[in-house]
Structures are given as C-alpha cells and as structure tokens.
Write a protein that binds this ligand. Structure first.
Ligand code: SF4
Length: 235
C-alpha cells in the first residue's frame, strides 16, 4: 500500500495519520533519533514534506540536510527578523551545502507598526499566514519544537495531526533537552547564531525579542511584558 493510500483525507483535502499509526509511531519515536524521524517523514510523505526553522540555531536544518540531502528548509521572514538571522541562515546553508527558502508575508500585509498595538494580529499576518501558504498542498510539516523550550511546550508529541491545517506535524526534536542540542552542535561543529553569545536564548523578530528575563525559561525574552509565549505557529 502506498503512503498516499495510508493517509486519511479530510473533506477540504488535508492529510492526517490514522490514530493507530499516530499512537504507535509516537511510542516508537521516543527512542529514535531526530534524523531517523525526519528520514521516516521523507519516506512517508515524499515531496509533500515542509521543514521550517527559525534559524536561531542550525540544528534542525543540519538534521534535515543530513537525513534528506537536497531538502529545502523554510525560513519565515516577517520582515522584522534580525539581520543576523538572515545572515546566519545563508551562512549555515553555505557551510553544509543546504537549501534555504525564505518566505515573506503577503504584499498587502498590515501596517508596519501593528506590533506596537496588536502583537497577535501582527504575528497572524507576518508569521502564520506565510506558514499556512507554504503548507497548502503538502502533507506534513517538520518543526524544531522541543518540550524543553517552555512550559507551554512541555507535553508536545513527536507526531500530531494538525487538525486546523489538515496536515501531519512532525516534531523530531520534541524530547531533546538543551544539553542534547549543545552536544549535537559540538559534535557536528555547527555554527552558532551571532546573538547567542550576547545572551539571547530564543530569537524571533527584533521588536519582540530581548534576552530572557528568567534564566529557567529560554522564551521569556519573547513578547516580554505581555501574556504571550507563542506566536500562533504552534497553536
Ligand atoms: S514577533 Fe512581533 S514583530 Fe514579529 S510578527 Fe509577531 S508581533 Fe510582529
């Protein structure tokens, strides 16, 4: 039976995994490496697999390029990314002969200053809309989400059916700790984002990112002072 036949197709053309396969794979993948999980996803979903990275580090991109040579890694440029992040994505791609595709908000995106008054609306237009556009027509989405990132991600599964988008979400690094990321970075001599050395532990857009306010929460420098820790990509 082909991978396509094994998908459940939603009424609007989306693709989900049958519940029994989802549960079985989630148990199995707790002891698999992220590279093995990405390789499985490439085999399972073929060229309808999208990998996204914020390029706050090069780990997910390196894992994807190693597991699936030639695969493209998507970076969502809200147009508010730090110049260092755009440089870093290019630099990592050059070093590892990888492919990066930068996507941007729609041309009629909201006013430049929306983040001053309405950060959820700004994220919806500048992050979520471009992502959703990139996922249309695809079957699965690989992210760098980790349980260690924050309390709100502490129970993230490795595989999930993203019912809202009608797509399978693959979090191959879900059970990796910060120590695992550091060890992989050292083992593979990966470059480090230039702002990491300046104390930034989670790096998004310049208006909404400062070094962490709480040493125990890497994402506490995102939307600091607001009651938010997520941008909507992982809701
Ligand atoms: S993180 Fe801030 S600047 Fe970036 S899209 Fe969200 S609200 Fe806008």
């Amino acid at each position: 039976m082909s991978a396509t036949e094994l998908h459940l197709t939603t009424p609007d053309g989306g693709h989900l995994l049958p519940r029994d396969e989802l549960n079985r794979r989630n148990i199995e993948f707790e002891s698999a490496t992220p590279g093995e999980i990405i390789a499985w996803a490439a085999d399972r979903f073929g060229d309808r697999l999208v990998v996204t990275s914020s390029f706050a580090d090069a780990v997910l991109a390196h894992l994807a390029w190693s597991a699936v040579p030639g695969i493209e890694v998507v970076l969502i440029d809200t147009t508010y990314l730090f110049a260092e992040t755009l440089w870093f994505a290019d630099h990592a791609a050059d070093l590892f002969d990888g492919r990066v595709r930068v996507i941007e908000p729609a041309a009629d995106v909201a006013p430049d200053n929306q983040w001053l008054e309405d950060t959820p609306g700004c994220c919806a237009r500048r992050k979520v809309e471009p992502l959703n556009r990139a996922l249309v027509g695809n079957a699965a989405w690989v992210t760098g989400l980790r349980r260690d990132d924050s309390l709100s991600r502490a129970t993230a599964p490795i595989l999930a059916n993203d019912l809202m988008r009608g797509i399978v979400k693959v979090n191959p690094m879900a059970n990796w700790t910060d120590a695992d990321v550091d060890a992989y970075t050292i083992e593979h001599c990966l470059p480090v984002h230039p702002m990491t050395g300046r104390g930034y532990t989670s790096i998004g857009c310049w208006p909404c990112t400062i070094p962490p306010r709480n040493d125990d929460d890497a994402r506490s420098g995102r939307w600091a002072g607001q009651n938010r820790t997520e941008c909507g990509l992982h809701d």
